[in-house]
Design a protein around this ligand. Structure first.
Ligand code: DC
Length: 225
């Protein structure tokens, strides 16, 4: 059984940046479960599914064979044998992921992949329901959040750095809509686990958040000895 650190929180709270750094510091593997849901969304888009035809998602999700490999320490997502990492970070895929991840059959399809990775390895796993559903016995649970404006601004800066034109208000609106869907869906809604530590990153630097999580991990492992 591996040691498990679960980091949940809304889109844009900095989960993946923080989780990667914590994993590096502790020599754990970083598991990005959002990328698995994005691969599923990418599959749905490739099958012509839109928000209007979302009722077909559950019947075809079994056809998406999603697996994970680590290549030079980087998580690579395979969809039916193809490396799809390059296609997962678009807004279109992110928005479809929010729709398709609300479907019980999609969540069931990805559950054992996530649990097996955590069973066989020491992991820092990020997502929405890791502390509540996937790894309820994780040694450390963090709920990482930030204001919707802070999160929109971070996304805006990332897109501008890539040379894309975008509108911060539009991004904030998308983030608020996505939060609404993620927090109010029936299956595995985004919520803080009772035993998770709340960290608001709005006013904290990346290093401060990483140090906080590493200290929590060290306290916990000291208690376990
Ligand atoms: O973290 P992200 O933006 O890459 O996630 C994309 C979508 O997938 C997001 O809308 C919520 C969903 N998701 C989920 O429901 N459960 C997870 N464990 C991870 C992501």
């Amino acid at each position: 059984m591996g040691i498990n650190i679960a980091i949940d929180g809304p889109a844009g709270a900095g989960k993946s940046t923080i989780a990667k750094l914590v994993a590096k510091e502790l020599s754990f593997i970083y598991v990005d479960t959002g990328a698995m849901y994005r691969a599923m969304a990418y599959y749905m888009l490739s099958q012509g599914i839109t928000k209007e035809t979302e009722d077909k998602i559950e019947s075809i999700c079994e056809q998406a064979d999603i697996s994970i490999k680590y290549e030079n320490g980087v998580q690579v997502v395979y969809l039916n044998g193809e490396n799809v990492n390059a296609y997962l970070r678009t807004e279109e895929v992110g928005n479809m992921a929010s729709v398709s991840s609300a479907k019980p059959a999609v969540r069931k399809h990805l559950l054992s992949l996530q649990r097996n990775l955590a069973k066989e390895n020491n992991v820092v796993m990020d997502g929405r329901d890791i502390g509540t559903t996937i790894l309820p016995n994780a040694e450390v649970k963090i709920f990482l959040t930030a204001s919707s404006y802070t999160r929109a601004k971070r996304r805006f800066d990332e897109l501008v750095a890539k040379g894309e034109t975008c509108d911060i208000q539009e991004i904030q609106k998308d983030i608020i809509e996505r939060d609404e869907r993620d927090m109010n869906r029936e299956v595995s809604p985004l919520k803080q686990a009772d035993d998770a530590v709340l960290v608001d990153s709005s006013e904290l630097s990346i290093d401060e958040v990483v140090d906080r999580i590493i200290s929590l991990y060290r306290e916990k492992t000291k208690e376990m000895c």
